[in-house]
Design a protein around this ligand. Structure first.
Ligand code: HEM
Length: 462
């Protein structure tokens, strides 16, 4: 054999089922399997196979957009029932992707964050008010549930001027519950053993009911804007309704706008909520990092009871940004993205891959590549200090995906998350009353499951 024909290593699998059980097992086990098998491995499912990539050099190669593009793999394909040709689930050659991308990109520039800042701060204050009440009453807070309230209300208000008012209700908004069920269903769907479709008829019907309900929520959001007669607000919805695409001169059509609104409600809150929850988890478990983060906020805001962070303060919370990055390294909340070769090609100098084949970049694996050093499991925000960042090879850190299909909402998520973390560490002491042990809940995204805290307002002496 010439080096070019080396097969891609395959972990041992079962007859018929192949690696179905590995792929449907928990993320930690899959990452561990990849660590044992190597930087690239082939996984077989009944009727198909996919290639899982975790090696930094290979990912650098896969980031070359002249050779690879986003692959809409089985899980995403399934989500098209929900989000159709919205940005996230659109195929590479669907004309509406470019059109919507061009119309929406200005709404995600660094400059655009200035416009969202006051709204983000308003929602963050609903969270701190709710945590003030919990601190006074001595009750515990469910971290992931509250972060979801926050991020959902933030995207609703910033994107569409629509107030879901999640902190005003005892339970999360029903959209959030419907979405969680739908994502879980989509993920389980791809792990169904062959020939068992009928067993899932009830679950499939529930999935379609949830999708129909989410569609109604979206239609209400759009109806409210149209009924207001407002044609000047330049948020996501305003841009979609009124900005002609620079190339075709036409605005987005109504069906596509519906897909985009669903896409943003979904993509705009789940992952950021998980990222905030993991960051708080790490801060609670690493008092030295928490102390440093707190010192950073104290230097900015002193002991003001209700600081009024301006837009530029967020950029000054550099250490908290490092904490968030390190948290996204260990637990990237959208834990994989997939690309496909534009033509049959050879990767890593020796493995043949075919045009259109799914190459799944498993980011928690990539983020533990030896290029990160010896102690990859250690939470160490110093990895993201400016000096260390400049030394690190490119393409080892991909929590937001890669290339032109990378996350359009990245700046939005970072601004929101750093602002909120800053306000929380400045205001509260966190009591890890249950000695929480990390348990990761996986739907298509990941978050800490059952992570609760008790809170105490900081006093000047703290
Ligand atoms: C795409 C992660 C927050 C909107 C992506 C992708 C990743 C990702 C990995 C690429 C998926 C792929 O290649 O298949 C994250 C993480 C976030 C976050 C970790 C928070 C920490 C947001 C927010 C928004 C958003 C706040 C919107 C306000 C989108 C959209 C896409 C996307 C629309 C599809 C882009 C396209 O293909 O044109 N995100 N995201 N995301 N994200 Fe995010």
């Amino acid at each position: 054999t010439t080096p070019e024909t080396l097969p891609i290593p395959e972990p041992p699998g079962l007859p018929l089922l192949g690696h179905l059980l590995d792929l449907s097992s928990d993320l930690g086990e899959l990452v561990e399997l990849a660590r044992r098998t190597g930087p690239i491995m082939r996984m077989r499912l009944p009727g198909q196979s996919l290639i899982v990539v975790t090696g930094g050099d290979l990912v650098a190669e896969l980031s070359d957009q002249t050779r690879f593009r986003k692959n809409v793999h089985q899980d995403l394909e399934y989500l098209r029932a929900l989000a159709g040709d919205g940005l996230f689930t659109a195929y590479g050659d669907e004309p509406n992707w470019r059109k919507a991308h061009d119309v929406l990109l200005p709404a995600f520039s660094l400059g655009a964050m200035r416009g969202y800042h006051a709204t983000m701060l308003g929602v963050a204050r609903s969270l701190t008010a709710s945590w003030d009440r919990a601190a006074a009453a001595g009750t515990e807070v469910d971290v992931a549930a509250d972060m979801t309230r926050l991020t959902f209300d933030t995207i609703g208000l910033c994107g569409f001027g629509f107030d879901f008012d999640s902190f005003g209700a005892p339970d999360p908004h029903p959209f959030v519950a419907a979405l969680a069920r739908a994502l879980e269903h989509a993920q389980k769907h791809s792990a169904r053993p062959p020939g068992t479709g009928l067993l899932f008829a009830g679950a499939d019907r529930a999935f379609h009911r949830d999708i129909a309900y989410m569609g109604e929520v979206v239609d209400e959001v759009v109806r409210a804007r149209r009924a207001s007669g407002d044609t000047s607000t330049d948020d996501l919805l305003g841009r979609m309704l009124h900005t002609p695409d620079p190339v075709t001169g036409e605005p987005l059509d109504d069906v596509n706008i519906r897909h985009q609104v669903i896409t943003f409600l979904v993509a705009g809150h789940e992952t950021t909520s998980g990222a905030l929850s993991f960051a708080l988890y790490h801060l609670v478990k690493h008092p030295e990092a928490l102390a440093r983060a707190r010192a950073e906020t104290d230097a900015l805001w002193g002991d003001t009871d209700r600081p009024d962070p301006g837009h530029d303060d967020v950029g000054r919370l550099r250490y908290l940004r490092q904490v968030l990055n390190e948290s996204l390294r260990l637990w990237p909340t959208a834990p994989a993205y997939a690309v496909e070769p534009l033509e049959d090609t050879v990767i890593g100098g020796r493995h043949r891959v075919s045009r259109g084949e799914t190459l799944l970049v498993l980011t928690p694996g990539l983020h533990r590549d030896p290029g990160w050093g010896d102690n990859v499991e250690l939470f160490d925000p110093e990895r993201f200090s400016p000096e260390r960042e400049s030394e690190r090879p490119a393409h080892l850190f991909k929590p937001f995906g890669s290339g032109e299909r990378a996350c359009i909402g990245r700046q939005f998520a970072l601004h929101e998350a750093v602002l909120v973390l800053g306000l929380l560490v400045h205001r509260f002491r966190f009591l890890d009353h249950a000695h929480y042990r990390l348990k990761v809940k996986e739907t298509l995204t990941i978050k800490p499951d059952g992570f609760t805290l008790r809170l105490r307002r900081r006093t000047a002496a703290d």
